[in-house]
Write a new protein. Structure first.
Length: 249
């Protein structure tokens, strides 16, 4: 069965994909002080997010199998990079002692998953959302001992954005005909915007927790751009300490 989409709807979906291109460069800039101190590999997360936006726009423009696979696999590799650079050391499997070994394991698993994704492409989206559930579990484990009110607020906002985003995706996925009858065809575009914001909030929170473990001498803190007093903004990490405050043996 061939499904035809109105040109205005395809244009709307492409425009919502460009939200990736707006937020990603800003997050690259905001997180640079932290990445410079911790690891420049962290920039790969938001560089890959630009590719997610690019391939998403391509998919909605062509509605092709190639576009679908590029869209889904780019998301998979964003998750892989996130796992490699941010997954807490204390949660590593017992046979892994350092992050470089863990990163190689993530690479192997991601390559295998990439190849496997061509076997049953219809299952890819559900598998990716399972990764999202695992990230939520990991975040919950990490936040149990957190007393920083700003971090706790950011965690609540991150989860709320993710729940809203996934609700839009599920509703669009399984209730498409219902929403078409109501002449409301914007859920997938809303999903794009919400998931970008969820990644911005969630990844900053994870990076903040990581900074406290890996570079505590930098005295990391949380702020919002463009104004820290605003209720809505892009979260980022500020480093109140410097390498000069690092303890030397």
């Amino acid at each position: 069965m061939v499904i035809f989409f109105p040109l205005w709807l395809m244009f709307l979906l492409q425009m919502s994909s460009f939200f990736f291109f707006i937020v990603s460069p800003v997050m690259l800039y905001l997180l640079h002080p932290y990445a410079k101190e911790r690891s420049l590999a962290i920039h790969m997360v938001w560089i890959m997010m630009i590719f997610v936006g690019l391939f998403s726009a391509y998919f909605h423009m062509t509605l092709s199998f190639v576009g679908q696979m590029l869209d889904e696999l780019s998301i998979l590799w964003v998750l892989a990079v996130g796992y490699a650079v941010w997954f807490p050391r204390k949660l590593f499997p017992s046979f892994i002692k350092d992050r470089s070994t863990f990163s190689r394991l993530v690479l192997v698993v991601t390559v295998i998953t990439t190849v496997s994704s061509f076997v049953k492409p219809t299952a890819n989206a559900y598998a990716l959302n399972c990764f999202g559930l695992h990230l939520l579990y990991t975040l919950a484990v990490e936040m149990r001992c957190c007393t920083d009110q700003k971090a706790l607020q950011l965690a609540k906002l991150s989860v709320a954005l993710w729940v809203l985003a996934i609700s839009c995706w599920i509703s669009d996925r399984f209730g498409c005909s219902f929403w078409q009858q109501l002449n409301f065809c914007y859920l997938h575009g809303i999903w794009h915007i919400l998931i970008v914001m969820a990644v911005a909030y969630g990844s900053t929170l994870i990076a903040y927790l990581d900074a406290n473990y890996e570079i505590p001498y930098s005295l990391p803190g949380l702020q919002y751009w463009p104004c820290d007093k605003w209720a809505v903004g892009l979260p980022h990490i500020v480093l109140k300490g410097t390498t000069k405050t690092r303890k030397r043996c």
